[in-house]
Design a protein around this ligand. Structure first.
Ligand code: ACO
Length: 310
């Protein structure tokens, strides 16, 4: 590595500037970005599945239109993110292959099932809420194409979060059975949602990411911010969070919370969660079913190129 280039690169990051696709960058910086951005892209794409599952069962036209728009947004986020990863010299085919073969990681959260309609609200409130908490700092991350993609993604995630909370508020005004459905969904999604921020900082292996301004806030700090913000929202909604150890700590100025089951987390990340097999099977089926579209697009492009030559 050329020390002069490295000094220039570090100075740009220290000054809060953006690194762009054509700028020189250390190989490890490129690698960690490809890793994180592609995992993020895969999460958006796989994240369409648990909610997509409910589009045909939405209880009203309004809710169906909202859910349809939201799931399409997630697909769009995946596409911007793949495009951002491609600026780092990897191909879309390589990334797709890594997802379909099960080699690539995607967020643990999407390996949990959506059992009732309240799950759709809770995903918006907690899962998209956690995603925003993690993604707002990424709008200021040091890699320009990733940071810029995040700006629009966060705006859309904010709509997703609100529609989920609104859906739950509506259900809480309904029947006793509906309120029970909401509580049941909160009980199932709370801990998986706070696991989304990743392992505790002491077990978070990618410390270079912080040094290079990719991750601006650590896993534990983001998790704490999320818990602190969510407790009040749960009160307004009228649900309890399933953690007896959750309580305000005056000295810390934060909520304390119970021990996270990291065995469950690593089990899910390792491919053994409730829905990992189904999620990959659904993506593989979509890829295989779409083969004719790719073939037709290539045949069309070749025909056009041939016409151009004549
Ligand atoms: N699900 C699956 N894997 C995870 C999760 C999770 N929730 N959290 C951490 N991991 C993995 C990491 O990818 C890493 O694996 P790797 O070394 O094979 O790449 C390993 O666990 C160790 O974790 P960290 O060292 O803490 O990893 P990192 O510094 O990348 O931090 C984090 C993890 C916070 C998720 C980071 O990658 C990030 O901010 N990513 C961008 C946001 C994102 O991907 N969001 C997806 C969900 S939101 C949505 O799609 C709606």
């Amino acid at each position: 590595e050329n020390p002069e280039y490295l000094a220039e690169f570090n100075a740009k990051i220290d000054a809060g500037g953006f690194i762009e696709a054509k700028d020189w960058m250390p190989e490890a910086y490129r690698k960690t970005l490809v890793r994180q951005i592609s995992q993020h892209a895969h999460s958006e794409i796989v994240g369409m599945l648990p909610e997509g599952n409910w589009i045909t069962r939405a209880p009203s036209l309004k809710r169906k239109a909202i859910l349809l728009a939201k799931v399409q947004d997630e697909g769009g986020h995946g596409l911007y993110l793949y495009a951002a990863a491609e600026t780092l010299g990897v191909s879309r085919d390589e990334l797709t292959e890594a997802l379909l073969s099960g080699k690539a990681k995607y967020s643990s959260i999407f390996n949990y099932p959506t059992l009732n309609w309240a799950d759709i609200g809770v995903i918006g409130w907690l899962v998209d809420g956690a995603a925003i908490m993690n993604q707002i700092p990424l709008c200021k991350c040091s890699y320009g194409p990733y940071a810029r993609a995040m700006v629009r993604v966060c705006k859309e995630e904010s709509f997703h979060q609100r529609q989920g909370y609104d859906l739950l508020l509506q259900m809480m005004k309904g029947t006793e059975e509906q309120r029970e459905m909401v509580q049941d969904a909160v009980d199932r999604w709370w801990f998986p949602s706070i696991m989304m921020f990743g392992p505790h900082d002491k077990d978070s292996v990618h410390t270079d990411s912080a040094r290079w301004g990719i991750k601006r806030i650590s896993n534990d700090d983001l998790r704490q911010k999320f818990v602190d913000a969510t407790v009040k929202q749960a009160e307004v909604l009228g649900v309890s969070l399933p953690d007896p150890e959750l309580k305000w700590n005056e000295a810390r100025g934060h909520y304390d919370f119970g021990v996270i089951d990291w065995d469950e987390f690593w089990n899910v990340v390792g491919g053994h969660g409730q829905c990992n097999v189904d999620r990959l099977a659904a993506r593989n089926k979509a890829w295989d079913d779409g083969a004719w579209v790719r073939e037709a697009a290539i045949a069309h492009a070749e025909k056009m190129a041939e016409r151009e030559r004549q």
